[in-house]
Design a protein around this ligand. Sequence first.
Ligand SMILES: [Ca+2]
Ligand SMILES: [Ca+2]
Length: 263
Amino acid sequence: MLSKGNHFLNIIALTSLTSLGLTALPAQAQDSSTSPIPILEEITTAGEPASEPIIVPAAGPGPIISPVSAVVNSGGTGAGNIINTINQSGLSPGFISGVTIFDTYLGGSPLHNDATTGEWFSNTGTTSAVVTYDFGAPSIIDRLALWNEDSAGIGRLDLYQSLDGVTFIPLKLNIIPTNNPIGSPYPAQVITFPLTNARYVRFNMSDCPQSPSSVTACSIGEVAFRTPSGPEPFPRTPEPSTLVGLLLLGGLGLKQKAKVPNS
Ligand SMILES: [Ca+2]
Ligand SMILES: [Ca+2]
């Protein structure tokens, strides 16, 4: 948490965050026991409440969110629509994206049925595939729930993330998803990664299928993510130079209002 009386610590903490493109706080990101209710903080000047606060979403367990669209970059189009992996088809019970608390929902071990109507498979004969998920806007995420399809699945998964859909950087590599038994409803595997502000998450799938298999392909039942803050849209990150400048002014005892950017 920010100390209203220590502006230099505030500057250091927020500079680190904004350099990562984040608005949440690292200390909170490490604490999964914090309240699921977003905590809004006021960044103040000279220890006094700001009349127009910068909204800082609290880290910690928050809602589950589904990407709003998906593209098969390679290995497809395959069998079944890729939308089947983000529309809750085959899931029981379902959830409300942006509302249902991720940890509570996953704690109930929701299952995905083994009917192919709710799944996606890469082209028959392929052992790798690439799929890119899009949240529609930059989103702060720190968990993936993966329902790894039972009859083929993903042998190895490398996750990449991007804000612009052009430049992708590693998010988490060398994941070996759970091999779910063929022919039975299957649970989600929760995969953790560093708190990230991303619009796109790319699945690089390889070593498909898992053994034993009933088809040579990569396949997915469903994916969803955890966001540590409230429902979209998230407050956007202020420009680092602007924010640091405001805080420096505050440290000098000058009155200055901090604003939430509109973009
Ligand atoms: Ca599904
Ligand atoms: Ca399997």
